[in-house]
Design a protein around this ligand. Structure first.
Ligand SMILES: Cc1cc2nc3c(=O)[nH]c(=O)nc-3n(C[C@H](O)[C@H](O)[C@H](O)COP(=O)(O)OP(=O)(O)OC[C@H]3O[C@@H](n4cnc5c(N)ncnc54)[C@H](O)[C@@H]3O)c2cc1C
Length: 323
């Protein structure tokens, strides 16, 4: 694959960069290491309200992510967001840069690093095999839940949210948590009590499988040590995320203790490689959403100037888009 721009990360910075690259007609692709977009907002605090995004008195993290995605969709035919693509190295060559992921190598003229606080991956079930077809770490499509026995593991927002969603379609839903108290939005926890079979404080002792699928789950009560075996059709595991910190040394870019050192136009120490969002570092830097989005606009402007030095690259969107 050959591109003018590779954007690393589909957190809010990467998502907005995808939109802005589309607006500026830059041939770009977004590479995201996890299985979902939204970065920290989606992985760490989807239900939390945010109060300091310009133009919104209050907006939940997941709604902000879906709004950014909706805005990007204007250019989704031109700019792809590829999930499960972890960037492993960037090498400089005569045509620009060679970006290597866990799946492919992409030749590009420029790079925008928007990899924030590092790559997120779900914490796995600690018993049985590494992979089962019926064990999910993100929401499976509703169609697969119809008339099924659903087991949900976890006590946070993602687990509670999924249990409520599954209840709309499934035969039975049981949620299993090792504590009596859930760490989720109280309104959703209250709703859970009337709709879902709640088993607390239980831990998972073992699973019984047929090779490809988990058929039964064996639980142990934390206090009485009583054991319980439940049938499983579909299991959702929401134990939270592991975060592997960024290793910038592989990219040979100047960094300090807070991240990638950038100039005022968001260019890094390597001409042609830019950075925006939580990963950047400069005096006075604030690691917030508003700042990240501003940095993206600056970075895409500078990238466009580099790719198209002889054109007027700074036309306002209000003058550019004709409906
Ligand atoms: C609990 C909490 C509450 C917060 N509340 C607020 C608030 O109220 N207001 C506010 O302004 N800010 C808040 N923040 C900060 C805000 O979430 C961050 O500023 C924002 O998420 C930065 O976005 P980003 O896109 O730069 O990085 P991230 O959200 O970290 O996204 C980076 C993306 O890059 C991907 N990635 C990483 N490495 C690779 C790789 N090698 N290859 C491919 N992809 C990769 C990651 O998987 C991730 O999806 C909060 C943060 C937390 C943790």
């Amino acid at each position: 694959m050959e591109k003018e721009l590779v954007i690393i990360g589909a957190g809010i910075a990467g998502l907005y960069a995808a939109y802005y690259a589309g607006l500026r007609k830059i041939d770009a692709v977004v590479l995201e290491s996890s299985l979902e977009i939204g970065g920290q907002l989606q992985a760490l605090y989807p239900e939390k309200p945010i109060y300091d995004v310009p133009g919104f008195k209050k907006i939940s993290a997941k709604d902000l992510v879906s709004n950014l995605y909706e805005q990007y969709e204007l250019y989704k035919n031109e700019i792809n967001i590829l999930l499960n693509e972890q960037v492993q190295s960037i090498e400089q060559n005569d045509q620009g840069f060679l970006v290597t992921t866990n799946k492919q190598t992409i030749q590009t003229k420029t790079v925008l690093i928007a990899n924030g606080g590092g790559a997120f991956s779900p914490k796995k079930l600690e018993v049985g095999k590494e992979h089962y077809d019926n064990v999910h770490y993100s929401y499976p499509e509703s169609i697969h839940l119809k008339e099924k026995e659903i087991i949900v593991l976890g006590g946070g927002d993602a687990a509670v949210d999924f249990a409520l969603l599954a209840h709309e379609h499934a035969k039975n839903v049981s949620i299993i948590h090792r504590r009596d108290v859930f760490r989720a939005h109280q309104g959703n926890v209250d709703e859970l009590r009337s709709k879902v079979n709640i088993l607390t404080p239980y831990t998972v002792l073992d699973v019984v499988d047929d090779g490809n699928n988990v058929k039964k789950i064996i639980l142990e009560h934390q206090k009485s040590k009583e054991q319980l075996t439940l049938d499983v059709d579909i299991m959702g595991v929401f134990y939270g995320m592991n975060n592997s910190k960024n290793n910038y040394t592989t990219f040979l870019i100047e960094t300090d203790n807070d991240g990638i050192v950038v100039k005022t136009n968001m260019e890094t120490s390597i001409p042609g490689i830019y950075a925006a969002g939580n990963c950047t570092s400069y005096e006075g830097k604030l690691k917030t959403i508003a700042v990240a989005l501003g940095e993206v606009a600056t970075a895409i402007g500078a990238i466009n100037d580099r790719l198209n030095p002889n054109q007027n690259n700074h036309v306002y969107s209000s003058l550019l888009i004709k409906e």
